[in-house]
Write a protein that binds this ligand. Structure first.
Ligand code: IZC
Ligand code: ZN
Length: 414
């Protein structure tokens, strides 16, 4: 049996449980000093404090944490991982005053990434996404949600999902695939949106589900993109075929996306910058996780989502990167952690839950990921830090040192 021991942990900080934590519970994490973790076959079998198992003749891999901080591997629960090209030209346009939705309406934005993604080969897309995953791993991220949505035609949407599937087979990260054919209306259907929605609901969703290429279905519910009614229809079609609903809601304007979550039983609503009280109440009622993306707020020069109001209403908050070539070309989740504390006013404890257990729950993987407890996967980070607060405090530095996935060392930064 393959064993791994991580010993001499100065502080082990982790949320606890197999489901999302909301309200006061989001800030209740376990802190164990002078701890050790034993894993067998990639799963945690024992956690203790004090000297721990004898190192002499230990039958497996023994890793000295050097008296430092250990947390669960970070979970990035919202990314647009697979895409062709970049959009640095929009950076200039924005600084000359164009808004995100104006650029999209001019055929740029998502639609320019669609062109680049359609013309890239599966191999090219895979290489590019693989580089991003390796960079994420260097920041201590060990699980990632990844959306399609830059094909907007059957062939390219399937190509993106195939890339995610083949990366899952090769890479030491857990990937959760989401079908997002409803990311924008493709130019070919500009005059015929009903037909595009029919294709999504009656042809592509059934095929994606049948080929088990995705677990979730997501829609960009936004002014000028998909209405709340259209979003409901698409997410219900997904549900009928076993795809769990997620929704991009209230990113720029509140048009009723968050309010749909309770009736749809959405696992998460994402962005929520402009979320209204009625949206927060719907999420609380539906047990929906609010997946917040502070780097996107920063990058768009927009407001920050009302995270404290969500926590007060008992809505579990997750924090993710939103890595994409438009509104957040960055994937450093540690930077999002700092922003979550400073801009959402999350405590370091609430923030840790947001980037671990609640992110895992938004990916329907809280039974095996997102905390360091017996029975969970041994995914963890040994940090260049002694205290939890040190992580959000050191703005912009990469503090991850040793990254461990299923009990194996997969990245060392020092
Ligand atoms: O490519 O602009 N908001 N989708 C919804 C995005 C941002 C990604 C993009
Ligand atoms: Zn997104």
């Amino acid at each position: 049996m393959h064993k791994t021991l991580i010993y001499n942990i100065g502080l082990l900080a982790t949320p606890v449980g197999k489901s999302a934590r909301g309200g006061a519970a989001q800030g209740e994490i376990q802190k164990l000093e002078n701890a050790w973790i034993l894993a067998e076959e990639g799963q945690i079998s024992e956690i203790g404090q004090g000297p721990g198992p004898d190192l002499e003749g230990f039958p497996g891999l023994a890793i000295d944490a050097g008296g430092r901080l250990v947390t669960p591997g970070l979970v990035d629960a919202h990314t647009h991982l697979v895409f062709g090209g970049w959009r640095e030209n929009e950076f200039g346009l924005k600084l000359h005053g164009a808004s995100y939705l104006e650029i999209l309406a001019m055929g740029g934005g998502i639609l320019s990434t669609v062109k680049a993604t359609r013309s890239a080969s599966e191999e090219e897309l895979k290489e590019k996404a693989k580089e991003a995953l390796l960079e994420m791993l260097s920041y201590g991220v060990t699980a990632v949600e990844a959306k399609s949505g830059y094909g907007l035609d059957r062939e390219t949407e399937l190509k993106q999902l195939q890339v995610i599937r083949s990366l899952q087979a090769e890479m030491p990260l857990d990937l959760a695939p989401t079908f997002m054919g409803a990311h924008a209306l493709p130019p070919e259907y500009k005059e015929n949106r009903e037909e595009y929605i029919r294709l999504l609901c009656e042809e592509w969703i059934p095929q994606v589900a049948q080929e088990k290429l995705a677990e979730f279905c997501d829609v960009f519910c936004e002014k000028g993109v998909f209405t709340a009614e259209e979003s409901r229809k698409i997410l219900e079609a997904g549900k009928k075929h076993g795809l769990t609903p997620k929704i991009h809601a209230d990113e720029i304007e509140a048009i009723g996306g968050a309010e749909l979550t309770a009736e749809l039983g959405a696992i998460s609503a994402e962005h929520l910058i402009a979320c209204r009280e009625s949206g927060i109440q719907a999420m609380a009622k539906g047990g929906t996780i609010a997946c917040l993306l502070p780097m996107t707020s920063f990058y768009l020069g927009a407001d920050f989502a009302p995270a404290r109001a969500m926590i007060e209403a008992g809505v579990p908050v997750a924090v993710a990167s939103d890595f994409n070539p438009g509104s957040c070309p960055g994937l450093n989740l540690q930077l999002a952690m700092t922003m979550a504390c400073l801009k959402y006013r999350l405590t370091p404890e609430e923030m840790l839950t947001a980037v671990t257990l609640n992110g895992a729950a938004a990916m329907n993987r809280a039974d095996k990921l997102g905390s360091l407890e017996v029975g969970k996967q041994a995914d963890l980070v040994i940090w260049q830090a002694q205290a939890l607060e040190y992580l959000p405090y050191r703005l912009g530095s990469n503090l991850a040192d040793v990254v461990i996935k299923k009990g194996e060392i997969v990245r060392v930064n020092s």
